[in-house]
Write a protein that binds this ligand. Structure first.
Ligand code: AMP
Ligand code: MG
Length: 292
């Protein structure tokens, strides 16, 4: 189980990374052993959770603006948040409620769909490289290169030997991304098959949600166990020190949003971006302004 801790585990009082510690999934962490309705590192209920999320917005916005300002002054650091999860796991809600809470000028969201004809002509990481965050940005991937070892593996979209090589290619790639001063946060939104049924039923019941539904989503449910295996392989083969996975229990939407926002905050705090010093004499400029 490695570093995996259960909710309610006592942490050292100086710990400033309770969600990162509680949700980190090192190789060997069993997905099947993590309850999708659990709320690790958080003792409150839904209304406490919503309040806690609101309270985080100001801190994350401030940190994000500092990261952006740092890059204007020549800083090279950035963040890449990778969000994976089954259909209905709440990726869209993360984009709206978490990522949407920070200044759009500092955030760059990319959604990865089935590859286009053009994308298919290139190696699988080609479209991923093009979408990496530039300095000062928080890049967000709504699905990612992991689809190339998830849906592709489950449906044999390429020969086994080809997808099997990709885990190593992904690790090498992510190492090079981290070497370029990008902090990688990989989040797996972990829902149960029962919760997915409820969410699909809701999509069918409400006309304003029909656009989110594809009949194929029901066919995919037959492959639930294959996906579970493919996700387990992802954790075992690609959770590394430079790019660890965080498994976020996601049957409670409020918890998943709070957890991802907190992961973002904890990683930004670790970067500790500072406001750049003025490149001009402030007093002199104040004098000039008065005289102008
Ligand atoms: P959605 O996120 O609901 O808009 O759906 C996007 C679809 O694109 C999902 O069914 C993914 O499995 C699919 N997809 C994303 N990346 C790939 C990929 N590399 N190969 C095949 N299908 C993909
Ligand atoms: Mg879908």
């Amino acid at each position: 189980m490695g570093k995996k801790k259960k909710s309610g585990t006592k942490k050292a009082p100086e710990s400033t990374t309770p969600f990162s510690d509680a949700l980190r999934a090192d190789p060997g962490t069993e997905l099947a052993g993590i309850a999708p309705r659990s709320t690790p590192a958080f003792g409150g209920d839904k209304s406490d959770g919503r309040e806690a999320l609101d309270d985080l917005v100001a801190a994350v916005s401030d940190l994000q603006e500092r990261l952006f300002a740092e890059s204007v002054a020549g800083g090279t650091r950035s963040i890449l948040l990778v969000v994976q999860g089954m259909d209905t796991s709440g990726k869209g809600g993360i984009m709206r409620h978490v990522v949407g809470a920070v200044d759009p000028q500092g955030v760059d969201i990319t959604s990865f769909k089935a590859p286009t004809a053009e994308e298919q002509k290139h190696p699988f990481l080609w479209r991923i490289r093009k979408a990496l965050p530039t300095a000062g940005q928080i890049g967000v991937f709504d699905r990612s290169h992991y689809e190339d070892v998830l849906v592709v593996r489950v449906h044999d979209l390429v020969p086994r030997a080809q997808w099997a090589r990709r885990y190593g290619q992904i690790n090498t790639f992510e190492e090079s991304v981290a070497d370029q001063d990008t902090t990688i946060i990989k989040v797996l939104l972990h829902i149960s098959k029962e919760e997915q049924e409820e969410r699909l039923a809701e999509r069918l019941e409400r006309p304003e949600k029909h656009w989110k539904f594809t009949p194929g989503d029901i066919d995919e449910r037959e492959y639930w166990d294959d996906y579970a295996q493919a996700y387990q392989a992802v954790i075992d083969k690609t959770s590394t020190d430079v790019a660890p996975w965080y498994v976020v229990p996601a049957d409670r939407k409020w918890y998943a949003r709070l957890a991802v926002m907190t992961l973002l905050k904890e990683h930004l705090e670790a970067l500790d971006p500072q406001w750049p010093e003025a490149s001009f004499d402030v007093e002199q400029q104040q004098e000039r302004l008065k005289d102008s």
